[in-house]
Structures are given as C-alpha cells and as structure tokens.
Design a protein. Structure first.
Lengths: 317, 123
C-alpha cells in the first residue's frame, strides 16, 4: 500500500492532472527538465569554451556561470508554476467544500418543501399556497442543479470524473426528457418535436451524465429560441455512430465567439443579453462527457438565424 | 407490525422532514444524531433498515457502517447510505462495506426516496 502510494507520487504527470495542470505546467516535471537543460548547457558551454580557450579554469568558470544563470531563471519559472498549481488546487478544494456545504441546507429546503407541497395538494379545492411553494421548489431545484454543475465541472477539471459504461437507449433518454420539458417549452412559447430513426442501436454510456447532456442541449435550444418556433430533436444513425442533434431558430452565436463556446463559464454576448440565467458550464460538461464516451460534439450556428448542436456516440455493436 | 426505520443524521431538520414523511407512510421511526447513538439504537431496537449519513460528528458514517456490519447483532440489517458527498469511489466503497445503496440527498425528492426505502425493505 505504501509502495503503491510512493509510486503514485513518482508519477508526477498524473499528480499534476489531479489538480488540473497539464504536463507543461507541472512543477515537478519542469524541475526535472530544467535539471536536464542545465546539464546540457553546462556540458555545451564547457565544450564550446574549451574549443576557444586554453585555460581550463576559465572554461569551468564559464560553464559554472551559465549553469548558475539557468538555475536562477529556472527556479523563478518553477516557483511561479508552483504557485499556480497551489492556487488551482485551493480553488478546486474551495468549490468542492462550498458546494457540499450548500447541499445540506438545499436538501432541507427540498425535503421540507416536498412535505408542504404534499400537504397543500391534499387540501380540498387546492391551496393558494401551492403556487408559491411551487415557485420555491423550482428555484431550490435550480440551485441544486447549479451546485451539481459546479461539482461536475470541478471533477472534470481535476480529472476525477468517472463515467459509467452500461448499455442504454439514447432514444428513451431523449424521449423522456422531451416529455418532461414540454410544459417548460410551453412557458417559453416554443414547441418541441422529436424524430428518431426506427429501432436505433443502443450505446454504451453513463445514463445520468447523458441525461444531463441531453437536458442541457434541449434547455439551451428552448431558452434561446426567443419565444417562437419549434425546436427539432433528431436521432439518426451515422455509420458506426448514433447521431443526436437539436435545431432551433434562436439567437445564434456570433461567429467570432464560436470558438469559445465549449469553454468553462463562457457565455456569448447575445446569450447573456437574451437570458440572464445560465452558468456557462453545460456545454463544457457536455463536451467532456461526449468525448469521454468516445464521441464527438459540435455545432453550426448563424447569428439571429439559429443553431444546430449535435453529438455522436459509438453505437453498441 | 410496523416496520422500524433508524435514521442516523446529524441535521435535525432533515431528520424531522424524512421522519414525518415516513410516519405518514406508516413506518415507525427511530432517530440518532450521531454515530455512537445510532449503533446503540440499532443494537437495542433492531430496526428493519438503517438510513445512514456519512458526515457525522466524532464517528463518521464509514466507521458506523463498519461497526454495524462487523457486529453479529446488526450485520444483517440493510443499510442505505444517504449523503451529500460524492467522492470518487465512495459508492463502490460503501457497497463493498455492505451497504445496499448510496443516494445523494439533494438529488432525490422525498417521495422517490421513500419508494427506494420500501424497495430495500421488501428485499
């Protein structure tokens, strides 16, 4: 057990991945690299100086000076990256602690409201409180979703997201989700239609996470539709992949901002203008989940014309 | 004979909410605000199921689960872990330790939670 932990510590790159740092930002790896560069620079400067200078004390002196200069510069660089790594780890821990702390009071809200709503529903002739309780309940749910998204993004960033891999029907997930958002789409004055190829193959994936992806893409299409038109969801087979896509006639994404759309916390200007609510985490998570399951994700979008978001996942053979 | 459910949870408001709902559903509820009390009640009253939080004062849920499963008097009582923690490997860990399942509290409405409890009671 101790030997295993020791070996894990030696694998510096995976240690760095845990705190969300790539190999080139990883202080221990940089330390080793700087050491190698230093040895090379020392031998190089010694060889070059010995070619031009006969006095061996001067040759050694030049090699030593080069080595010290590289050592000092290297130390500054590694120190800087070390600080960055520490800050990154602190941020991840902070998000994790805050999110878990928020979950306790949120569970209390949720369960207490469940009881109050049940009681309100049981009252004869309905209760005027029910509307307000529903508002409270929906907003508690929103907070819970946000905390879940933050925790999920945190897990992705630190490489701790573990995807389940079980056979499942993307058609069923989509169908259930479309059913459950119909009332919500109506509130936005948007229709939603789902069209699927007959008997699509199953896929291997993580049902909860794929539900999150599908929900996020449908939510976006509805919310950015500007209160008109129909959102079309389509499931088709594309070679060895199952292709899921959603088309809306909404606000679209400005061309120059399209490359940032899958970045964490990013929301395009017009998205913020049309919808103040949104964490900018949904697409970031969707990309990680889809790619983690061996698929691809992308979109086509025209400003003020609408967007088509799609993803593909390997069909179960 | 009413089925007895022991809920080990350090948050009194959650205790109250879930217990109230369970009583409405016709169960008898037992409550413990910390692990040691929970283990003592489990031994004395032999509940039909234990609902266990993981973050508890002094003795955490993992230790409570280990104690319950390690004691011949309580080892056969099903334990359902109810938590807000979602650490990597926690689900596998508690199931390996003998819990029947692991549910994240914020992700379950009370009604669904009660359905799950009933399912494990009937097994």
């Amino acid at each position: 057990m101790i030997a295993k932990k020791f070996l894990e510590k030696l694998n510096v790159i995976s240690e760095c991945k845990k705190v969300g740092l790539g190999a080139w930002e990883c202080p221990p790896l940089l330390f080793v690299l700087m050491g190698l560069i230093n040895v090379l620079a020392m031998s190089g400067s010694y060889l070059i100086s010995s070619h031009y200078i006969d006095d061996s004390a001067v040759e050694i002196g030049i090699a030593a000076v080069v080595s010290i200069v590289i050592l000092v510069i290297g130390n500054f660089i590694i120190h800087g990256f070390n600080k960055m790594a520490e800050a990154n780890q602190l941020k991840s821990e902070f998000i994790s602690i805050v999110s878990h702390q928020l979950r306790s009071p949120l569970s209390i809200f949720k369960w207490t409201m469940d009881i109050l709503l049940k009681e309100a529903k049981e009252k004869k002739g309905g209760s005027p409180d029910e509307t307000y309780l529903n508002i409270l309940s929906e907003n508690t749910e929103r907070m819970i979703q946000l905390v879940n998204l933050l925790l999920e993004a945190n897990r992705i960033e630190s490489g701790r997201m573990v995807l389940a891999r079980v056979p499942l029907s993307l058609q069923k997930i989509t169908n259930d989700m479309v059913q459950s958002v119909t009332w919500y789409a109506k509130a936005y004055n948007v229709d939603i239609a789902f069209e699927s190829v007959e008997n699509p193959p199953e896929i291997i994936g993580d049902a909860d996470r794929l539900r999150m992806v599908v929900q996020n893409l449908i939510d976006n299409a509805i919310r950015y539709s500007r209160g008109k038109g129909t959102v079309h969801v389509k499931l088709s087979v594309d070679g060895k992949f199952l292709r899921w896509e959603i088309h809306d006639n909404g606000v679209g994404i400005p061309k120059e901002q399209q490359k940032f759309i899958f970045q964490k916390f990013y929301r395009s200007d017009n998205a913020v203008r049309h919808q103040t609510q949104g964490s900018g985490l949904g697409l970031y998570i969707a990309k990680s989940v889809v790619e983690g399951l061996g698929g691809h994700i992308g979109f086509d979008s025209e400003l003020d014309q609408g967007s088509t978001f799609w993803f593909t996942l390997p069909a179960r053979s | 004979m009413k089925k007895k459910i022991l809920y080990i949870e350090d948050e009194p408001a959650l205790q109250r909410a879930l217990s109230a709902m369970l009583v409405r559903e016709g169960f008898e509820t037992l409550q413990a605000l910390d692990g040691e009390t929970g283990i003592r009640i489990a031994k004395e009253k032999k509940p039909d199921i234990v609902l266990l939080d993981l973050v508890l004062p002094r003795m955490n849920g993992f230790a409570v689960l280990q104690a319950l499963k390690g004691d011949p008097e309580t080892k056969d009582i099903p334990v359902l872990v109810l938590t807000n923690l979602e650490g990597v490997g926690d689900i596998e860990k508690v199931v390996e330790m003998g819990a029947v399942s692991y549910l994240v509290k914020t992700n379950y409405p009370l009604s669904e939670l009660i359905e799950q409890i009933k399912r494990y009671l009937n097994q």
